[in-house]
Design a protein around this ligand. Structure first.
Ligand SMILES: [Fe+2]
Length: 195
């Protein structure tokens, strides 16, 4: 599907995030904690899932929805914002576990993060994004698409490096390819669509 919908850009990023979640779970199931791989996966999730993707939602999309009447402190936006915060807590817990070389704590934090994000993504894909789609007019969509492209540009190189590392780790661990990996789902992070 070729589209310039900013909401579809966010959906495509979800597929990339799910790939990193699969990797994270695979790391927790290995016999020994691979601290370096864990750090790479967490760095990717912090950079891509939180700073880039949640950043777009919190700073660009949600304010537009608020302007159109969706409350920030109740309903879907409040839930999404709360879950973003919970995710940051889990990322900090994974960092602390990696620093301590504590495989049990890493597993607990990683499993919590994966469950949280999968549920969060399902809610956005199924509820918030269709709502957002119906609330934005064409000029606003076009503006948001440009803003997202700008954000991708700013973070592109670092993001591309992180993404390559996650993909290499996933391949090394024999995770089956996904749509995001086999179709160059880097579109969300400066890896495609540049010409
Ligand atoms: Fe999202």
């Amino acid at each position: 599907m070729t589209t310039n919908s900013p909401i579809d850009m966010l959906r495509a990023e979800h597929r990339v995030i799910e790939r990193a979640l699969d990797l994270l779970l695979a790391l927790t199931r290995a016999d020994e904690l691979d601290v370096d791989a864990g750090r790479d996966a967490v760095a990717f999730l912090r950079g891509f899932a939180d700073e880039l993707h949640h950043g777009k939602e919190e700073h660009r999309l949600f304010p537009l929805l608020e302007e159109r009447g969706l409350p920030r402190h109740a309903g879907p936006l409040a839930v999404m914002l709360h879950e973003h915060e919970q995710g940051r807590g889990a990322i900090a817990a994974m960092d602390a576990a990696l620093d301590a070389g504590d495989a049990t704590a890493f597993k607990r934090a990683a499993e919590g993060y994966v469950a949280l994000l999968r549920d969060h993504i399902a809610k956005e894909d199924g509820v918030l994004f269709p709502m957002a789609d119906s609330m934005l007019d064409d000029p606003t969509r076009a503006r948001l698409t440009d803003e997202f492209a700008q954000v991708n540009q700013e973070l592109g190189k670092r993001g591309a490096e992180l993404r390559e590392r996650v993909e290499a780790l996933a391949e090394a661990m024999n995770l089956p390819p996904t749509a995001a990996s086999s179709h160059g789902g880097m579109c969300g992070f400066g890896g495609c669509g540049g010409h």
